[in-house]
Design a protein around this ligand. Structure first.
Ligand code: ADP
Ligand code: MG
Length: 572
């Protein structure tokens, strides 16, 4: 029988092992419920044993001297790391991680894994690559191939069914990990991938974002401490960094996060707590320069490859920290295209290593089918008013195209007027900045409680595998929630609040009216009429027994629609 070759992403912060399962690259679960193994090793002085992964990382606060992390930075250097009384070469520490991964994979696959493909950053020099091979040997593994990380990532996207087809052969891989940032530009010539440029910053990663937030948390604690001096000792630092990282991760999916932690520090026997709300905006302003630094490196790489942003066919995101929305925003501005995130950025490199392993063993590699959103989903907002027509028609994306489903994301929107009675929520899908060019998939009215202008409304979209989008609206601070479900495939709106409507069929007239209202060049008044009469008409069908009333509303709606069609025709 042919032996399996596994692919390993030996990362600075996290490592992953994957294999080709019936032609499909698959990451192997190595710790309770996750395929992501923290690249941390912690030693026990008493018996010389060591722990790897999450358990090792959990010991870091209590036993900083016995715990080793980020050893990848030292690979290829003539140096040792000490853990208690003992000292180790960087290769020895890395070998503990490789060995642990291979053992977990052997257990899962039911055969001893001896051969592996391991990835390294494109900029690794000869000494660093040789140190990686040596780590494999120390782990008792046959390291059959070293592959560059961006090349592995690009290999995955080679096998992802792409709806676009003909693209430029140049791809840019943006990899923001825990402690390092790498950018590479590759030219794809079939199986051969040539690195045209590679750059980055080996001292910039997700950890720096945690560090910024940690300083902010420390300031909050110092405000409470008043005149008393609060010093940041090692254990306070670890605790704050942990809180900061969790808040950062939450802010990737939500516009706000509640930081609520008791007794973070003790001051003369008095516990200091953290209890406040942090917005994504605040976080982004604390860290904007870090994103800026990565973008400078992206531009340098483009210059080195003698390419303009428009010559890049695809931007591939790798590394956990690319989940931050600020990364997508900066890149989509520079490249003027929605940025793909379709393969899990934490697993992508290991999956590519598994594909490389399959190419070596001669296995056939299937198309990777992804459960991703085919279109971006979002709302119509007033952010941009067309100076010609006076129409507000800005598409605000909530879930980007190519996002893995199931997914849930929320954004904050702001009311316009004082005591605004409500908003007509219009949900669109598509890739255009203007809603008129996207598809209206449903709309409904959300009544607001009396509040001043510019009060926040949080809108959460949860998209599941069945094609249902659950929309939750929350007028912040007013105890006014509403849940609505849209069936994207069947274009149906279900209002969770008004029971009985669940079975109501699509109302084609009202839907057509809403689509008309979404057309550009209609004028605000006519648009408002369309939406209002459509809502009244729909409500009448659902609740009113009086058929005459329904007929009357239907006539009125048809009349407004006719008017609207005339306006649109004359405008063309
Ligand atoms: P490396 O390649 O260095 O091993 P990873 O690709 O595993 O690193 O990325 C780890 C970093 O990604 C950490 O800083 C972690 O906090 C960050 N990260 C993970 N998930 C998210 C998320 N949802 N939002 C923001 N950052 C995240
Ligand atoms: Mg990585």
């Amino acid at each position: 029988m042919k032996s399996i070759i596994c692919g390993i992403d030996l990362g600075t912060t996290n490592s992953v092992i994957a294999f080709l399962k019936d032609g499909v690259p698959t990451a192997i679960t190595v710790e309770e419920g996750t395929a992501i193994l923290p690249s941390v090793v912690s030693f026990e002085p008493a018996n010389g044993a060591h722990l790897v992964g999450r358990r090792a990382r959990n010991r870091r606060a209590a036993f900083p001297d016995l715990t080793v992390s980020s050893v990848k930075r030292l690979m290829g250097k003539e140096t040792t790391v000490s853990a208690g009384e003992q000292s180790f070469s960087p290769e020895e520490i890395s070998s503990c991680i490789l060995k642990y991964l291979a053992e977990r994979a052997s257990e899962t696959l039911g055969e001893r894994i001896e051969k592996v493909v391991v990835t390294v950053p494109a900029y690794f020099d000869d000494a660093q690559r040789r140190a990686t091979i040596r780590a494999g040997e120390l782990a008792g593994l046959d390291l059959v191939r070293i592959v560059n990380e961006p090349t592995a990532a690009a290999l995955v996207y080679d096998h992802v069914l792409s709806p676009q087809g003909d693209e430029s052969p140049c791809v840019l891989v943006y990899d923001l990990g825990g402690g390092t940032f790498d950018v590479s530009i590759l030219e794809i010539k079939g199986e051969i991938k040539e690195v045209l440029a590679s750059g980055g910053d080996t001292r910039l990663g997700g950890d720096d974002f945690d560090e910024r937030l940690k300083d902010h948390l420390l300031e909050k604690l110092r405000e409470q401490a008043g005149k008393e001096a609060l010093t940041e000792d090692a254990s306070l630092k670890v605790r704050l960094l942990d809180i900061a990282e969790r808040a950062k991760i939450a802010l990737s999916d939500h516009p706000y996060v509640k930081v609520n932690e008791v007794a973070v520090a003790m001051l003369k026997g008095r516990p200091l707590n953290l209890d406040f709300e942090l917005t994504r905006e605040q976080f982004q302003s604390l860290t904007a320069d870090l994103i800026e630094r990565t973008m400078t490196k992206v531009i340098e790489a483009l210059e080195e490859a003698h390419l303009g942003p428009e010559e890049i066919g695809k931007v591939i995101l790798v590394g956990g920290a690319t989940r931050m929305p600020a990364v997508h925003e900066a890149l989509s501005t520079l490249f003027d295209q929605p940025i793909a995130h379709s393969v899990d950025p934490d697993l992508c490199v290991a999956l590519g290593a598994a594909i490389q392993a399959g190419l070596i063993t001669g296995d056939s590699i299937g198309q990777i089918l992804l459960d991703v959103t085919a279109h971006s989903l979002g709302l119509k907002t007033l952010d941009e008013i067309d100076p010609q027509t006076g129409d507000a028609d800005h598409f605000s994306t909530i879930i980007r195209r190519n996002t893995r489903i199931p997914v849930s994301r929320s954004e904050v929107f702001w009311t316009v007027g004082d005591q605004q009675s409500g908003v007509e929520v219009e949900v669109f899908q598509g890739e255009n900045a203007s809603c008129a060019e996207n598809t209206l998939i449903g709309s409904f009215f959300y009544p607001l409680k009396p509040a001043p202008a510019r009060s926040p409304v949080i809108v959460e979209f949860a998209y599941d595998l069945e094609g249902l989008v659950r929309i939750n609206l929350d007028q912040k601070g007013y105890d006014n929630r509403k849940e609505v479900t849209l069936d994207i495939r069947n274009r149906r709106v279900e209002d969770a609040a008004s029971s009985g409507s669940a079975q109501s069929p699509v109302n084609y007239i009202a839907e057509k009216a809403r689509r008309l209202a979404a057309e550009a060049g209609l004028g605000e008044e006519l648009r408002g009429d369309l939406l209002r009469v459509a809502s009244e008409y729909e409500a009448a069908i659902r609740t009113v027994d009086d058929e005459d009333r329904v007929d009357e509303l239907e006539d009125r709606l048809l009349a407004v629609m006719e008017q609207a069609e005339e306006v649109l025709e004359s405008g063309e």
